[in-house]
Design a protein. Structure first.
Length: 424
């Protein structure tokens, strides 16, 4: 499936190059050959390749039902907490309502909270299986590593302090790990937006999580190469996690850990039915800070894991990692293309717009449709209500969202490339 999907995407890429020759010549006559090749490559060719690859992967994935074993072993849940007075209570209550017969030990690590988070926990009459660790404000990775030393169960699960789990989340994420191959070290859970109706910023992210992030993880999981087992909801084999000494002290601790595991020959998976609901940023400034951190984390992963030189990374993971190299170039191209394209369109000389540019849009929307169908099947399986999402936000997500995020992402790439000071 992986090879065939890549072959189909490569065929599209080659055909598209021939179709784009005249377009490249037109842009070259005004802006020069370098700019022409750069824009066409990262606005039309590479995005088109990605869309074809994802669509083919989804098409060939038949999702055959398998009989899966499940031994509900004891697990430990790590919750790093910092200034979480508005959310921590719901997070704990959701864990207490898990439909799981094994014992669930919970370790909440307070990272020097300055609000009433600790007081709220003290007033909750917590069960004996729930313990609280305290430390001065040192960052998420330090919090997780502190608690990891005290974990004695075979599996350890990370949950963010604002993530509310579906009642079957722990059961389903454990089941996925137990039914994956022996090389699997970690499985990412499936995140949807908890506060999606708050305002237009959260409505945009609702589409992003349900189509973009979900779709990417769905494909990567099929290839046992989920590139980010995110801290908000993931499970790890404790023995392996301790062997690699847990999380690195960095901005993108979850992506760096995932790539470290992949570089050692382990595999990572995705449990689409292990659902958690996370709170997303409610302001443009908060969203900018988050995406800058994610972008910086990706560059950290490239700096710490020598993708091309590692002989133990499986081919699928290596190719998927290499595709991430194109993100900064695509973000820069988007930042230039959209304003220039609109200006030229208004002037009646749309040189930067061609049939290949326009073709990328239906490819993207077709991909979204397929991903949405698969997402709805998951939600029906879990008896979750299919939420109503904003049509206006979808249009903005389709045509403008990438342009909106591009400067934030570019700032994150740059910050890590020049080693600017990190903020916890």
């Amino acid at each position: 499936m992986f090879i065939l999907s890549n072959i189909m995407a490569l065929l599209y890429f080659i055909i598209a190059i021939f179709i784009c020759i005249n377009w490249i010549n037109d842009i070259t006559s005004i802006l020069g050959i370098f700019f022409a090749i750069y824009m066409v490559t990262f606005i039309a060719l590479v995005p088109g390749f990605n869309y074809i690859f994802i669509m083919m992967s989804l098409f060939f994935n038949k999702n055959k039902e398998k009989k899966e074993k499940l031994q509900e072993k004891d697990v430990t849940v790590l919750i790093p907490m910092y200034n979480a007075e508005d959310v921590i209570k719901n997070t704990i209550k959701a864990i207490e309502k898990q439909q799981y017969s094994g014992k669930i030990y919970v370790k909440i690590i307070d990272d020097g909270s300055k609000d009433n988070s600790l007081k709220i926990l003290e007033n909750m009459n917590l069960k004996d299986e729930i313990t609280i660790l305290k430390q001065n404000h040192s960052g998420k990775s330090c919090s997780l590593n502190k608690a990891l030393k005290e974990v004695n169960t075979e599996y350890v699960i990370t949950v963010d302090d604002d993530t509310v789990l579906h009642p079957l989340a722990i059961r389903n994420i454990v089941k996925k790990l137990e039914n994956s191959n022996d090389k699997t070290a970690s499985v990412a859970g499936c995140l949807f937006v908890q506060n999606g109706k708050k305002n237009f910023i959260t409505k945009l992210q609702e589409w992003d999580y349900s189509l973009g992030i979900f779709g990417v993880k769905l494909i990567q999981g099929e290839y046992d190469s989920t590139l980010v087992t995110q801290g908000a909801l993931s499970i790890y084999k404790t023995k392996i996690l301790k062997k690699v000494e847990g999380w690195n002290e960095c901005v993108g601790e979850d992506i760096v850990l995932t790539w470290k595991l992949l570089s050692l020959g382990y595999e990572t998976n995705f449990a689409s039915d292990a659902v958690g609901f996370t709170k997303v940023p409610e302001t443009l400034g908060g969203l900018a800070k988050q995406r800058k951190r994610w972008a910086r984390g990706m560059i950290e992963a490239f700096k710490r894991v020598k993708v091309m030189h590692s002989e133990r990374i499986n081919l699928k993971a290596k190719l998927l990692m290499c595709e991430d190299i194109f993100f900064p170039f695509m973000d820069f191209a988007i930042l230039i293309f959209i304003p220039l394209g609109l200006i030229e369109l208004l002037l009646g000389k749309p040189i930067l717009i061609s049939v290949m540019t326009i073709l990328v849009i239906p490819f993207g929307m077709l991909q979204d449709l397929v991903v949405e169908i698969k997402r709805r099947n998951i939600m029906k399986k879990l008896n979750l209500k299919i939420e109503r999402r904003s049509a206006l936000a979808f249009l903005f997500y389709t045509f403008i969202y990438s342009f909106l995020l591009a400067p934030f992402c570019l700032s994150g790439y740059f910050s890590e490339l020049v080693n600017l000071e990190r903020e916890w």
